[in-house]
Structure formats: C-alpha cells, structure tokens
Design a protein around this ligand. Structure first.
Ligand code: F6P
Length: 319
C-alpha cells in the first residue's frame, strides 16, 4: 500500500490531533504517501485533499479540535454523494482510508468498506457512546473539563446555599454525566439509561440541608428534560434557590489529556499498520485494557451497555 488518506468527521473530540499526527508519522516512517481530507466526508465528495508531510503535524499533539476540520455530511449518505467520494479516492489513487469519529462516521465507514474501499475506523467522540469499545478518544479530556466545572460550581453553591444543575452533553449516553459526576462528587446524576426520580433528588437536597450541607450539584445529561423545567420543579418541592449552567461545547475543546493522547498515538499507529498488512473493514477498540479491532459492521451494531454498578456507587457515595 503506497497511498493512504485520513479524515475526521462528526463532532470533534480532543485527541483527534494526536491521532492524526500518529497516522501521518507512521505513514512517512513506512514510506507511504499520506493525504489529509479537509472537513470529513464533505471533503471527500469535493476532492478537498492535500498531501501531508512530517511538518504538517508538528506542534499539534497538545491541541484540541482537529487540524483537518470536521463536518456532519448529509450528502455523503446519498447515492450520488457516495459515488463522488469513491471517485475522489480513485482520482487521487488512494488505496486505504482511515476515518476518525463517532457513530455516524463509522456508519459512513461501513458503507465505504462495503463498496470495496479499504477502511479502518478510530473511535473519537466525547460521548463514549460506542458499545463495541470501553472507551472513545476525547472522553477523558471532556470528563476533566466537566469535573473542573463541578468543582467550581460547588464553591458558589456552598457560598449561597443553593442547588446547582449542570447540563452536560452525551446525546443518548449518560457516561459524561456519570463519570464526571463520580469524579466531581455530584449529589445527583441524571442519565437517559436510568429513570428520573425527582422525589429522591429533592429528598436528598432536604436531608442534606438538615445536616448542614450547603451545596447540591445535579449533573443532568442533555435531552432528558429542560434544565430550566427541572429547576422549577426542584424549587417548588424544596424551596431551595436553584441555578442552571449549560456547559455546551466547552466540553468538546481543550488540550487532550495524557490518556487521550497515548490512546490516540497507539490507535493511529495501529490503523496504518493494519492497512499495511492489507487488513480492511476494521474498527479499533480499547477492550479489557488492550487495543483490539473488530469488523466495522459489528462495531456499529453493538449497543452501549450502561455501567449500572458505577451509577450505584455514585448513589451510595452521595448520601
Ligand atoms: O457527539 C458529540 C456531541 O458533542 C454530543 O454530545 C452533542 O449532543 C452533539 O455532539 C452536539 O452537536 P453539534 O456540535 O453539532 O451541536
């Protein structure tokens, strides 16, 4: 294999840049030409490719976001868009493609793979919502950001004797709320995988007050109910002044954590080596402390299992 291309697609995640760096440097080390595709599958459709060299990825290991740009391409999901994308790969003589992203990106990779394009996928999303792997690149950086937000909210929550709701991302997955809630010592964690028990949250606020506790942090996963509606209901039931913070896209930025960088470096290197061994249609995973690979079609079909044990621990620790 002499020409490989790389793209990043979907929501960006901290760690994409170190993964791009690893792919580019591994290619060059092995005398393989490497092309970067700008703005995901859209760039593939438009022929927006450029050749990369060692210096293209200098000074990016510590940077959040993606130097290649990212997009959620609707056109790629049409027959016409797919044809154009495959045609671009032919024009540039690309023999193997490495894609970085989440669920939607992997579905695109699955289609390309079924159409004979040698494809390897690397899981990059802050959501950690992919069932086939224990971890996705960017998740732990995002958890650090949310934990920092919880820590700051606790200060002001205690000063004013309030309850504070922090809405976090995650789409349909509660992992960001759960893991940051545990590490930040949140009093209540609301996730889509578990039924919302408002009565229990309010009772916890009231019993905390009775024993002199001044703060109460509620981490709420986006998309379950409006944080402002939740605030209204909590205030009506407890009479405790409640504030809302929506953390938003801050969770997607920032310098990648060491763990995310190390994983990104290993997965980037492995993706190239698999292509050089003429392997295709594989998604990389971190499973039982090892980097392994599974067919992309399998990767997209496995539903994420919620860590109920960790949720119960969070509940026990926040009495
Ligand atoms: O998938 C990553 C994610 O940040 C989700 O947590 C969130 O729901 C979504 O992307 C936001 O998408 P956008 O950046 O397009 O608003």
């Amino acid at each position: 294999m002499k020409k490989i291309a790389i793209l990043t697609s979907g929501g960006d995640s901290p760690g994409m840049n170190p993964a791009i760096r690893a792919v580019v440097r591994t290619c060059i080390y092995n005398n393989v030409q490497i092309f970067g595709v700008k703005f995901g599958y859209d760039g593939l459709i438009k022929g927006n490719l450029f050749e990369m060299n060692v210096s293209s990825v200098a000074d990016i290991i510590q940077k959040g976001g993606t130097m290649l740009g990212s997009a959620r391409s609707k056109e790629f999901m049409t027959e016409e868009g797919l044809k154009k994308a495959i045609n671009t790969l032919k024009i540039f003589g690309i023999e193997g493609l490495i894609v970085l992203g989440g669920d939607g990106t992997f579905r695109g990779a699955n289609i390309l793979s079924k159409n004979g394009i040698k494809t390897i996928a690397i899981p990059c999303t802050i959501d950690n919502d992919m069932g086939y792997t224990d971890y996705t690149i960017g998740f732990f950086t995002s958890i650090n950001t949310v934990t920092d937000a919880i820590t700051k909210l606790r200060d002001t929550s205690s000063s004013h004797g309030r309850a504070n709701i922090l809405e976090v991302m995650g789409r349909k997955c509660g992992d960001i709320a759960l893991y940051s809630g545990i590490s930040g010592g949140a009093e209540s964690i609301i996730v889509p995988e578990m039924e919302l028990n408002l009565e229990k949250i309010c009772n916890k606020i009231i019993s905390g007050r009775k024993r002199g506790k001044l703060h109460h942090i509620i981490v709420l996963t986006e998309g379950i109910l409006s944080p402002y509606e939740l605030k209204k209901q909590i205030e009506a039931k407890t009479n405790i002044d409640t504030r809302v913070t929506v953390l938003g896209h801050i969770q997607r930025g920032g310098t990648p954590s060491s763990f995310d960088r190390i994983m990104a470096s290993q997965m980037g290197s492995k993706a190239v080596k698999l292509l050089l061994e003429d392997k295709t249609d594989l998604a990389l995973a971190f499973k039982n402390n090892e980097i392994v690979s599974v067919p992309i079609s399998k990767a997209v079909s496995i539903k994420r299992e919620f860590n109920k044990n960790l949720y119960e621990i969070a509940d026990e620790l926040s009495i």
